[in-house]
Design a protein around this ligand. Sequence first.
Ligand code: PHE
Length: 521
Amino acid sequence: MITTEGGGVTRRALLVGVGVAGGAGAMYAAMGALGLAPDRQQKDYAPPQRSDFALRGRGAAKVVILGAGVAGLAAAYELGKAGYDCTVLEARDRAGGRSLTLRGGDRLTELSGETQEARFGDGVYFNAGPARIAQWMVTLDYCRELGVPIELFVNDNPSAYVYNAGMKAPVRARTARADTYGYISELLAKATNDGALDKRLTSGDKELLLDFLSDFGDIGERFAYSGSERRGFQANPGADAPVLLGPPPAVSEVLGYGLGRSVAFPLSFEQAMPMFQPVGGMDAIARKLADAVGRDRIQTSVEVKKITNVPGGVEITHSGGSTTADYCVAALPPHVLARIPGNLGAQVTGALRTPQPVSAGKIGLEYGRRWWETDDRIYGGITETDMDISHIWYPSYGFHGPRGLVVGYYNLGSDADAYARLKHAERQSRAIDRGMRIHGGKYRAELLSSVSIAWRNQPHIEGAWVAWPSYESGFRLLQGPAGRVYFAGDWLTHLIAWQAGALESARKVVTQLHERVLKEG
Ligand code: PHE
C-alpha cells in the first residue's frame, strides 16, 4: 500500500496503488467505494429491447398499468421501447399524478367538492407538486432523453429571510448565518483557548481549530465576534462607500434565531444546490412521457374497481368496463390500492396498508409586480419561518417579467392538515396574514390571484407521499409481484417524495417483468 509520510493514505495514492496491483477493474471498483465512480443508477438499468424478443422468436406481452403518474408513465414508456402492448388506466382526468403544474384556466377539485380555477396570467405557472430536481437524480436523465429543457432552481438564497418566533423582525439569511457562525466560533474559540478541550485536543489540533474558527466565524484577534461585511449592508458598496449594517445583536438573541434547520437544509444530500426544474413547469416530464407512450394508450377518468389474477393473466375491472392483460403494473398510492378489491391476498393488502400518507400543502400567490426582485432584491430561493406556512418560495423563472408567482406556504404534517381543513379563501387569508409579517402590506395589496392544494384532499391520490414505519417486511414483500401484478411508485424506494423514486421503481419493475417474460413467455 502506498502511504503518505504521515502514515495516512491519500485518495490518489490509494487509487494508483490499486490500479497497479489489480488492473482497471479493481481500480474502478475502488473508485466506486470512494464515491468517485458514476452513480450506480446509471449503470444498472438496460431498457428492454425489441431484439430480446426477436432472438427468442416470441412476441412482447400485454401489460395494463394502473395510474398515469410518473411511475406508471415511466413503466409504460420503458416497456413500450421493446414493443410491449401497454394500456394505462388513470382515474383522474389527466396524466401526471402528483406531478401537477397549474396554469391559468386549470381547475382543481378537492374531495370536499370545492373547485378552484386558476386565473394566472400568461407564462405564470404553479408547480403544485414536485418542483426541484437534484443533479444526481435519474429524473435529469429522462429530461435529457425526452428533450425537456431544464433551468436552475434556486434552492438557497442568502438574501431571503429567516423569521422565527422570538425574532423581532425578519432577518436576511446572510445576516442570521453570519451572526450564528460568528458567535458559535467565538464561543468555541474561547473555550478552546481557556483549555476546556484540553482532554480532547493536542496543542497542534487546538491551533488548527482556532485557525478554522477564525475563518469560519470571521472572528477577531481575541476571538470576539463583532460582525463583519458578511452580515450585509445598510447601503451596498457602489460609487459611494458602503454603509455597514452595524453590530450584531447579543448572543442570546442570535441563538434564539433557531437557525439549525435552515442552515442545515442546503447541506442535505437531496437539497444541495445546484438544483433544476423543467422550463415552463414540472409537468413537462410527465407530458413528454405520456406523448412517448402514446396518448391513445392512456385512458383517463377510468377508475379501477377490482384487480384479479386469473390463470395466465390479470383482469382489471374498472368504471369503463374491463381490461385483460398478461401482466399488471399497479402504480397507485399504496393506501388507495389497498382499498381496491381483488385477489392479491391478505399479506399483500396488509403490506399496502402499512405506509401512512403524509400531508403537504402549497399555495401559489400571483402578483402583478415582482416586488421581491425590485424591492427586496431576492431572485429565487426560500424564506424560512417557524410559522405554520414554513416557507415562502420565490420563483426561479420569469425574472424581471411583468408578473410572478410566490409559493406562500409549503407545509407538512399538522400544519398542512390545518390548512387542508380550510376553504381556499381562508387558506389564502391565513397565508397572507403570515407573509405580511415578513413582507408588509404589499403582500396583500398587490395579490392578483391564488390557488392552493391540500394533497390529502386530492381525489385518487389522498396524500403528498407516504411514510413507512420501517423498511421491513411489507416494503420488501411489495418489491416482488403478487401473481402477475407488480407494484411501482416512489413509495417502494428509498427516494420517497421524489419523482426520481418513481422513475427508479418503474425501471426496477420493468427489469423484473421483462426478465420473467423472456423466461416464461
Ligand atoms: N421532494 C420534496 C421536496 O423537495 C419532499 C422532500 C423534502 C423530500 C425534503 C425529502 C426531503 O420538497
